[in-house]
Design a protein around this ligand. Structure first.
Ligand code: MN
Ligand code: MN
Length: 327
């Protein structure tokens, strides 16, 4: 059985070689693979700035700096996981529904093979296609959604598919269970007072950006655990969850959000849950728009978020091994 891990940066420096996520091998044969990092370079679902089609490339580029031992979580990730960079999913610029069809067709067999997808957007419209593929295999998902926007609008300009609507569509399509899903970080001006209630009326629990500072990372993690229970979890992380001072390279910034350190603390607390790890079946990191980035700060944040999510998988696997008495 093959085991895939990043290139050894003591043998070849980190700035060398063809860019893949974390210097993982580019492999599309899924035997022996626990997780696959996959790009979804599509951005014509965006309502304001476009350019997130270049997000996967920018995140891969910044990820070359990552090292394989997660010092915050004290785990050598690749002792527990075999991971690859699978490349990008097929998309058609400007054609959202056709892109959805192609993304779902390409992603479904990967999920069916038992591989956990770690997806790199793309604007947030791509998450609808990710959820279609993952829920086909795992059933209705419990969504954990970090974002400054709820993305539960009904339509824009009478059109149903764009980056402001994926979680309304996903709820209608039965891809997720809003009653076991949670949205975190929503902030910024809206159009009407009723806009605040749209997601809650769909069934989501919402911890908005004004309530969030009252939660410690541990309290937030417990809240998430209570909400999702033992259901299959999909984590979606829009980089505009983080304050634009730390994540300027994105399409629809909202000022006054968490710092990058706080965002990482929230994710890390999910690895230390008293009731054991979440049943985590997939994730994406979206809305990185490199043309507006400075010094790769947003891309590096997204790469680190992806690594923290991969670390959650490693922690879950380590814990399962421990329980099975193999350690
Ligand atoms: Mn979003
Ligand atoms: Mn957003």
């Amino acid at each position: 059985m093959p085991h895939y891990e990043p290139a050894d940066s003591f043998e070849t420096p980190r700035f060398t070689g063809i860019r893949t996520f974390m210097r993982l091998p580019y492999v599309t044969d899924l035997e022996g693979v626990d997780f696959a990092v996959i790009g979804t370079p599509f951005d014509t679902g965006a309502s304001y700035r476009v350019g997130a089609r270049f997000g996967p490339a920018a995140i891969r580029n910044a990820s070359a700096l990552q090292r394989p031992f997660n010092a915050a979580q004290k785990i050598r990730v690749y002792d527990h996981l075999s991971g690859v960079d699978y490349g990008d999913l097929p998309t058609v610029p400007g054609q959202i529904e056709e892109s959805y069809r192609r993304i779902v067709a390409a992603l479904t067999p990967i999920v069916l093979a038992g591989v956990t997808p770690v997806l790199l957007g793309g604007d947030h419209s791509v998450t609808l296609a990710h959820l279609r593929a993952v829920s086909k295999v795992h059933g209705p998902l419990a969504l954990v959604h970090f974002d400054s926007h709820s993305d539960t609008w009904d339509s824009y300009f009478d059109f149903k598919y764009n980056h402001g609507t994926p979680f309304k569509r996903a709820t209608e399509e039965g891809l997720l269970d809003p009653h076991h899903s949670i949205q975190i970080g929503m902030r910024g001006p809206l159009y009407d007072p009723e806009d605040l209630d749209v997601a809650r009326n769909l069934g989501f629990e919402v911890i908005d950006g004004y309530e969030l500072p009252q939660y410690s990372p541990e309290q937030l993690a417990r809240k998430i655990r209570e909400r999702v229970g033992d259901r299959p979890v999909f984590i979606t992380f829009d980089v505009d969850f983080v304050d634009p001072a730390f994540a300027p390279g994105t399409g629809t910034s909202e000022i006054g959000g968490p710092s990058s350190r706080q965002a990482l603390d929230y994710l890390r607390a999910l690895g230390q849950l008293p009731g054991g790890p979440l049943k985590f079946v997939g994730c994406d990191v979206v809305e990185v728009l490199p043309a507006y980035d400075h010094a790769e700060v947003t891309a590096l944040l997204a790469a680190t978020v992806a690594f923290e999510l991969i670390t959650l998988l490693a922690l879950a696997k380590a814990q399962a091994k421990q329980q099975a008495g193999q350690l």
